[in-house]
Design a protein around this ligand. Structure first.
Ligand SMILES: Nc1nc2c(c(=O)[nH]1)N[C@H]1C(S)=C(S)[C@@H](COP(=O)(O)O)O[C@H]1N2
Ligand SMILES: [Mo]
Length: 498
């Protein structure tokens, strides 16, 4: 039993050292090619949509930690088996380790935009892992007193190596993806003064403008891309008169507009947190498309590609219907954070992010839906996905306990078509819908804060909220799931008053 444990442990330790060595090499070359991460990314891409939605709902923004953790657990279990096999015959154990490492090697090469060097971290993991296993196995046999010291020494050295290499890889990755900032020109068409919201007056309400560091983040990546602003370019190609390629300086030399726009994720559940609002600075999309000259008789889709080959589709007619669609370079007065698409991303008011907001954008191809499928189109999500009229209660919190007496119910609402939010109503315990007071407006593409003073009686209460847009359309009570075109329904929460 003890020797079995020793061999299983040797397999696990060998795999850990291998993974850590691969991680450092990846950190130096391309962090996304780190063996465990590349398997994780492949799992993300292969996961059927319903399961992915379940994981997002179940684990929220921790879904990726859970994913990487699960991959790691799987690897270590198989590595333990490899260790046990090595006890019978070293070759068998080593072979299983090699099979294990072949998975990330193949996955790394199959990813969009993969470079041949992306296989190196897996190769390094293979060599290091097998060498570590050989050392451990050799020092474990014969298992008499003298051998025990040898295996303890080898184990100690390898544990140290795994921890040291892993930490070095993490440090190098975070260093290479440290915050960036570039100087941006002033807007030729600025947004004007930003109205003071209800932030101070209604404690617990969502700030009228989301700070850059609090903005929700949704993308398929496990690591941030490392984009060098000097080498970055944006190409417009496909059904165009002239293919155009712009450097960042070219882009910044064009007249910039500044707009207040709310961004929303299609995966946002009613009452969810995947929504944020910022002041964006960028080049109007139509100015860019005009440079290339687009063939409207052919193209119906802008297929955006990011620096790693991820694709996002946008309906051409919607993006060019006069709304403030742009290629943004700035967010709340500074350049884009890496998390949000540095150096440039698309922003289209009124469309969910998965059909508009391509981060780390490097190419816009004018094409048709019949010809080319973007990442989520391939996974059967809607192609034209306008953001649905919605509202959220920020305060009181669901299932919280508040003191009886005068208090306030408050939150946000967004209606990005038809003139923005015109009205918000709150309902207490299924009674009449009571009109809430609205905060200031920062334009129809921007959310609105609201609040309703409330005298809370002791006991349990159910609060509900609904918004009405400029056309008088009332937020529907009908529930829809995020897939395939966004959630709908009215948020209801329970609060306890004491
Ligand atoms: N390159 C790239 N761009 C992307 C995504 C992605 O996975 N990759 N996710 C999209 C989705 S689903 C949303 S909701 C928005 C989120 O933008 P944010 O993370 O800046 O809030 O980015 C969009 N742009
Ligand atoms: Mo999204």
């Amino acid at each position: 039993m003890r020797t079995r444990l020793l061999y299983a442990g040797s397999g696990v330790l060998a795999a850990l050292v291998g993974v850590a060595a691969g991680h450092v090499v990846a950190a130096a070359l391309e962090p996304a090619s780190s063996p465990v991460l590349v398997v994780g990314s492949t799992v993300i891409d292969l996961t059927p949509t319903p399961l992915k939605e379940w994981a997002i709902q179940r684990f929220g923004t921790h879904d990726k930690t859970v994913l990487v953790g699960s991959v790691m657990v799987g690897v270590l279990l198989l590595a333990a088996v490899a260790g046990l096999l090595a006890r019978r015959r070293f070759r068998y154990g080593a072979a299983l380790l090699l099979v294990l490492v072949a998975i990330p090697a193949v996955a790394a090469l199959r990813r969009p935009g993969a470079a041949p060097s992306d296989v190196l971290p897996s190769l390094v993991a293979a060599v290091t892992g097998v060498a570590a296993l050989a050392w451990l196995v050799r020092t474990s046999t014969p298992p008499e007193a003298g051998g025990r010291r040898g295996v303890l020494l080898a184990g100690g050295v390898l544990v140290g190596a795994a921890v040291g290499l892993g930490a070095a890889g993490q440090w190098l990755t975070s260093y290479r993806t440290r915050p960036v900032s570039i100087d941006l020109p002033a807007a030729a068409d600025p947004a004007g003064p930003f109205p003071a919201g209800l932030d101070q007056r209604v404690p617990g309400i969502t700030p009228f403008r989301t700070p850059r560091s609090d903005f929700y983040r949704v993308d398929t990546r496990l690591t941030l891309p490392i984009v060098d602003p000097d080498g970055w370019t944006l190409t417009i190609d496909g059904d165009v008169d002239d293919e155009v390629t712009l450097t960042l300086d070219d882009l910044l030399a064009m007249p910039l507009v500044e707009r207040d726009i709310t961004l929303t994720c299609v995966s946002n559940e009613v009452g969810g947190t995947y929504v944020g609002a910022a002041r964006w600075l960028g080049v109007p999309l139509t100015d860019l498309l005009d440079k290339a000259g687009i063939d409207r008789t052919k193209a119906d889709q802008i297929l955006s590609t990011d620096v790693d080959g991820m694709t996002i589709s946008t309906p051409l007619d919607v993006a060019t219907d006069g709304r403030d669609a742009m290629i943004a370079v700035g967010m709340n007065g500074a350049s884009l954070p890496r998390e949000h698409g540095f150096p440039a991303r698309m922003v289209v008011p009124g469309l969910y992010g998965f059909v508009s907001a391509c981060k780390w954008i490097t190419r816009m191809t004018l094409t048709t839906y019949a010809e080319q499928d973007a990442y989520w189109t391939h996974r059967k999500w809607a192609t034209d996905a306008p953001i649905k009229l919605s509202s959220r209660i920020d305060t009181p919190r669901p299932l919280s306990t508040v003191d009886a007496g005068r208090t306030v119910i408050g939150g946000i609402a967004w209606a990005q078509h038809s003139g923005g939010v015109q009205k918000v109503d709150v309902r207490v315990d299924g009674g009449a819908w009571l009109p809430a007071r609205l905060g200031p407006s920062a334009g129809s593409g921007y959310w609105r804060q609201w609040y309703l003073p409330w005298t809370a009686e002791p006991g349990q209460h159910i609060l509900a909220v609904r918004a009405t847009d400029g056309d008088g359309e009332v937020q529907t009570m009908a529930r829809a799931t995020p897939f395939p075109a966004g959630s709908s329904g009215v948020q209801q929460i329970v609060v306890n008053v004491r």
